[in-house]
Design a protein around this ligand. Sequence first.
Ligand code: 5AD
Ligand code: SF4
Length: 447
Amino acid sequence: MEPQNIFKKKFFIETYGCQMNFSDSEIVASILTENSYQSTDNYKDADFIFINTCSIRDNAEQRVRNRLQEYKSQKKRNPTVKIGVLGCMAERLKEKLLEEENFIDLIIGPDAYRDLPLLIADLEPGQKGINVLLSNEETYSDINPVRLNSNGINAFISIMRGCENFCTYCVVPFTRGKERSRNPESIINEAKDLFEKGFREVTLLGQNVNSYAWNEGETIFNFSILIEKIAQIDPKLRVRYATSHPKDMSDELLHIIAKYNNLCKTIHLPVQSGSSNILKKMNRKYTREDYLNRIKSIRNILPNCAISTDIISGFCGETEEDHQETISLMKEVGFDYAFMFKYSERPDTLAAKKYPDDIPEEIKNKRLQEIIDLQQELSHQSNLKDLNKTTEVLVEGFSKRSKEHLTGRNSQNKVVIFPKENFQIGEYAIVLIKECSSATLKGITSH
Ligand code: 5AD
Ligand code: SF4
């Protein structure tokens, strides 16, 4: 952090939700520091408290509301403090949030962060500020993010914004607006700059990176071209990305990933359900067979690639047979990792308008538990396959349990713990795996 300057007002940002939101908070921090504000990591010292929010499920919003109560108490202790809500909840609820939580001073949607300095400078006592305009162009491409809570090794780079897939369950197209891609030159420069500063892994972020597109005269820059350019910056810079949509993940991209050792062999490919009926109601635009075909391509072109997914259980009208299709698909693919959720109806989405949320809570819970139990077993099986093999690990820090051990991840995004010896953070270590649980691998370095 910068040296403290007693004349500068301080801001604190807390982030909920996805990686994209963490990346947005870094953009906000950059806009504010460029405008003579200073960041603090203790909200009790802050003149402005910002909370960057998520609306994806009701429980994500409830977590934010609980946290806001803590900030309300802080405002009682120090009435000059201003509280701002950023991100998806700001966009979804707009003025309504100011009515419901009247201690909030500012509401700023994801495309309006450039307006923050003006909004906060103009805030008179008792007044509120709001900007929730969505944009068709904003990509914050010229903003050099301030890296928050950084380990100096891993960084996010936002390559596009918005989403137009309109999966029926999802609030994101409404909170983040139209899909737009960021200028590739600014992305490549950001990645180069990070590498020069010592970062060794970048994660390229977008709701659907496979539809990245930038027209430069006659030529179209697609995601495969972009990721190849970033891979070529330096073999020691690892590249990850999130998230792919199964409907448009191309073999061209898989071949590029195969070509470069520093393009990580991990693909996050959210399936959501194993039943074609449910996928249709979700408007996912692929069937179970289409999805399994994509998996076949991954296995053919990238035999050592880890595959992770997102699964929603208990979507509208989901029968026991539909659920069993999800279970059988999980077994057939053998996912290495999964994020698993219970369907949460979001107001104003297409599903909320069209289909009743008719699966009883106990059944949603029971199906979700079955999915979680199966995934734990699959993750364990996946890790067992790594025993007695060597793997390349990017060292990211000390193990939580012991200062004598380091932790990092391999190309397949698995967490690996091994003895420190002479390794430094940011270096690559070759580790021979000797033990595993469903969550981590443990090993020794080979010389
Ligand atoms: N209910 C439950 N899970 C959801 N997701 C998105 N919307 C909902 C919802 N309404 C999940 C999807 C998505 C991940 C980011 O969150 O699985 O891929
Ligand atoms: Fe991210 Fe979606 Fe949550 Fe918005 S609603 S923060 S886009 S996960």
